[in-house]
Design a binder for this molecule. Structure first.
Ligand SMILES: O=c1ccn([C@H]2C[C@H](O)[C@@H](COP(=O)(O)OP(=O)(O)OP(=O)(O)O)O2)c(=O)[nH]1
Ligand SMILES: [Mg+2]
Length: 166
């Protein structure tokens, strides 16, 4: 297996009792972030949760704050703006806007609970060149469900292509 490429990221703990972000397994894409405070989320409510961490990413990188699938599947907790974008120049505390999508249960999370995962990636900035016509492509302007809904993929013989947006 190819070794995972690594990048050095400076990190400041705003709360020295909390653990640094940690990859649960070698090769994992996301390092878990913990809550720096207790949080109670009634059904359908959201809260901005501090993580107690601030980072300085090298130029050309960004960090993306993704939900944890276990929290989503078990409790219905997700992130409103998933994935959150942490810019290379941001030096403030990383915060996570959690949302309880469960229609009935209040979710209680404790300080130290792992609430999100941070994926550090190389990013590029676009240089926008305005044109009056874009080059053609196989997809063209088809989108937003143009290939059908949850049935078989179009190339498996089910002609869902015409069932627009379903
Ligand atoms: O989940 C997130 C998303 C963003 N941020 C921080 C880092 C990021 O660099 C900054 C701005 O984020 P974004 O650009 O997504 O928010 P905005 O609403 O456009 O705010 P701004 O006007 O400050 O750019 O907020 C977080 O701490 N958590
Ligand atoms: Mg912004």
């Amino acid at each position: 297996m190819e070794p995972v490429s690594k990048v050095d990221v400076l990190i400041r703990r705003l709360d020295s009792e909390l653990p640094l972000p940690r990859y649960a397994h070698p090769g994992d894409a996301g390092a878990d972030l913990v809550a720096a405070a207790d949080v109670e989320l009634p059904p359908g409510e959201r809260a901005v949760v501090p993580t107690g961490m601030a980072i300085a990413l090298p130029d050309g990188y960004a960090a993306f704050i993704h939900p944890r699938s276990g929290l989503g599947a078990r409790l219905g907790v997700t992130i409103v703006n998933a994935p959150g974008t942490v810019d290379a120049g941001y030096r403030g505390e990383i915060k996570v806007t959690l949302l309880n999508t469960d229609p009935r249960a209040t979710v209680k999370l404790r300080r130290g609970d792992r609430i999100a995962q941070m994926v550090v990636q190389r990013v590029e900035q676009a240089v926008f060149h305005e044109v009056t016509d874009l080059p053609g492509s196989a997809r063209g302007a088809d989108g937003l469900g143009s290939t059908g809904g949850f049935g078989s993929a179009p190339d498996l013989g089910n002609n869902e292509h015409s069932r627009e947006g379903v």
